[in-house]
Write a protein that binds this ligand. Sequence first.
Ligand code: FAD
Length: 323
Amino acid sequence: MGKKVLVLGETRDGQLRNVSFEAVAAGKKVAQGGEVIGVLIGESVSMLANELIQYGADRVLAVEDAKLSQYTPDGYSQAFMAVVEQEQPEGIVFGHTALGKDLSPKIAAKLNAGLISDATSVEEEDGAIVFTRPIYSGKAFEKIIVKDRLIFATVRPNNIQSLEKDESRSGDATSVSVSITDLRTVIQDVVRKAAGGVDLSEAKVIVAGGRGVKSDEGFKPLKELAGVLGGAVGASRGACDAGYCDYSMQIGQTGKVVTPDLYIACGISGAIQHLAGMSNSKVIVAINKDPDANIFNVADYGIVGDLFEVVPMLSEEIKKLKA
Ligand code: FAD
């Protein structure tokens, strides 16, 4: 028999994040023909219900309150737990985002449930739901089957194919009323450091620079290439430590974990801590003047050369192809 699954519809700047649609697709697998319920939490979020339904949610519940206009662990956990109490789900799926990583353990602890964190795939095998997740900084993968009543997972952005948007489907949110109290955190201001419009963790294309970029000015050709490809700019910790860019751009073990379709590493040596954040990218292109650089061991395509010559040439050629 199918399960009832709650999926958190995460928003940013008033829009649903792509990972929410991927989480709905994962929720469908977990539900095994049961019901997928989208959960929206925020100040005025119910108008996003229709889009969540078009991406596969069967119905949507919204918890709205001015105190939920910004994410706080207390506020969101009170809101989400109210929905859990009302619906008694057998499955929960969040995106493995900064918010999902913060909120999911809190909810799992309240429910005395296990948590499959950072799943990169969800499949049904012989009637069981099998989650795959990376371990040892992405060097190996483990498969998990949950035997508890409740299956709770977070899914890594860009790994699970969202369902095709079906505009013939439509629906409104049903409101769940919760009294949000005792918030121990008050958000005064949100300061966004990352430059550019494309979110690094959800970007399909990332152009990343390392210490070989040599200065903040040196990131200019990388920004141009990212712009031509509609991608985002990332960095190694070497580049961040050298002060060439902000730490919000750092990719790796102690930075962001990304899985774009295309990762272009420029002047990055390929230290194991950097690979931990990007080695599962679908196609990796490395540009490095050292032919023995470790990054070439994970690259699908390697260009031995000076990035200041190669990167502008790539931008020009791609512009010509697009013209
Ligand atoms: P380098 O290793 O100095 O490499 C620079 C490269 O640029 C070289 O390969 C060089 O050949 C090439 N180059 C130079 N000039 C040019 C040019 N003109 N054209 C083309 N190529 C050129 N690192 C991360 O990235 N992310 C992390 O999350 C992270 N976490 C860490 C956590 C811990 C606990 C520790 C100990 C380290 C961590 N590190 C992390 C640091 C990591 O070990 C490396 O020091 C770092 O990744 C090196 O950055 P880099 O490749 O940019 O610099």
